[in-house]
Write a protein that binds this ligand. Structure first.
Ligand SMILES: Cc1ncc(COP(=O)(O)O)c(C=O)c1O
Length: 373
């Protein structure tokens, strides 16, 4: 089988294509913030244009930005990180490719959860790696635990995300600590995708590097900082020898992350703005959950991110079929659960609440009216 044959299509993109051709559709399929970035960000970008900063930056990113990111770890989590361990990437998307390329050679295995964000396994396939898809469910709040890993052989990397897409599950502190020490104790790498940090509604999120300096954290500006089109992310690597290797990969992969975006991102860590964004999404989550009461079965209240993972098995349709029917007959676009894995995902749809209240109310009404007839 060719490398590309294993890459799964993103069915939500088919839904989106069709949704864009259909009039009067309520979009609840895509996980993209609709709020503005902090005002300082756009000002800084305009300034960078005025100052004609059109050059490449160093491949690891602007030093000032690496310093700002390191300062964020101290200000937000109380963890000291040297800026020399921070690597700036073009979105977290390229960070996954970078980190897999750094840690794994063809044929090696990376542990992922099923369900999880689909690009992880597709990046693994692109590099001829073998993803091991661990089935997770409600019993562990959709989290990988050390018990899942006990007895598993032949892997060197475990990759999780918290809060997770599609479930909104936040790794409990005890489990994150246990997982980090399990991996550290066995010389494994733990990769933690923390892109939804900042969008955690009741609890306080903890970063994996609080529990293990060997953990590799991936994060970015697309979600809580409302800058998806700036295409910027970052990685915290455990040591400088890996940073040097990352530099070699990045020099070849894309030379440097977008320069104007990097200047803009210097102003992204505006915590007042962040708390307004968080409050807005929390209100939207609560509104959507209320509007969807009695529709399907909600197993897990999203603790973070902006998705509701809804069990729709009682309606007797496969999630792709249900998403298509919802689009064609109720004019509301959702994401079929099967996009996120094979572990009973045909029983779920993902509904995004990255939309204003009016849209959410209308979308939920259409879903409710269609399913509860
Ligand atoms: C869990 C998760 N990680 C990473 C990304 C990619 O974000 P970006 O490449 O914009 O940083 C997404 C986007 O939806 C996501 O849901």
């Amino acid at each position: 089988m060719g490398r590309l044959d294993r890459i799964s299509p993103f069915l939500v993109m088919d839904i989106l294509q069709e949704a864009l051709r259909t009039e009067d559709v309520v979009h609840m399929e895509i996980g993209e913030p609709d709020l503005e970035p902090p005002p300082g960000v756009t000002e800084a970008m305009e300034r960078a244009v005025r100052e004609r900063r059109y050059f490449y930056t160093p491949s690891l990113g602007l030093w000032e930005l690496r310093e700002r990111i390191a300062e964020h770890y101290y200000a937000y989590y109380g963890v000291e990180v040297s800026p020399s361990r921070v690597v700036v990437t073009t979105g977290t998307s390229s960070a996954f490719l970078l980190v897999y390329a750094l840690l794994l050679s063809a044929g090696e295995r990376v542990v992922l959860s099923d369900p999880s964000y689909p690009c992880y396994k597709n990046f693994a396939y692109l590099l001829d790696l073998e993803p091991i898809m661990l089935k997770v469910d409600r019993s562990t709040n959709y989290q990988i635990t050390p018990e899942h890993l006990e007895g598993l052989e032949g892997y060197s990397v475990v990759h999780i995300s918290t809060p997770a897409n599609p479930t909104g599950s936040l790794y409990e502190e005890d489990n994150l600590r246990a997982l980090a020490s399990f991996c550290e104790g066995r010389g494994l790498y733990l990769i933690c995708d923390e892109i939804y940090h900042g969008l955690v509604y009741e609890k306080r999120e903890r970063t994996a590097i609080e529990f293990s300096q060997r953990a590799i954290v991936i994060n970015g500006f697309s979600k809580a900082f409302c800058m998806p089109g700036f295409r910027l992310g970052w990685v915290i690597l455990p040591d400088e020898s890996l940073v040097r290797k990352a530099e070699l990969i990045l020099q070849n992969l894309y030379i440097s992350a977008p320069t104007l975006s990097q200047y803009a991102a210097l102003e992204a860590f505006d915590y007042n703005h962040l708390s307004r964004v968080r409050d807005t999404y929390k209100k939207r989550r609560d509104l959507l959950l209320k509007e969807l009461e009695g529709v399907g079965r909600l197993e897990i209240v999203p603790e973070g991110a902006f998705y509701v993972w809804l069990d729709i098995s009682q309606y007797g349709l496969h999630s792709y079929e249900l998403s298509l029917k919802l689009l064609r007959e109720a004019k509301v676009a959702t994401t079929p659960g099967v996009d996120f894995g094979k572990n009973k995902t045909e029983k779920y749809i993902r509904i995004s609440f990255a939309k204003d209240g009016g849209t959410l109310r209308e979308g939920a009404k259409r879903i409710r009216d269609y399913l509860i007839r």
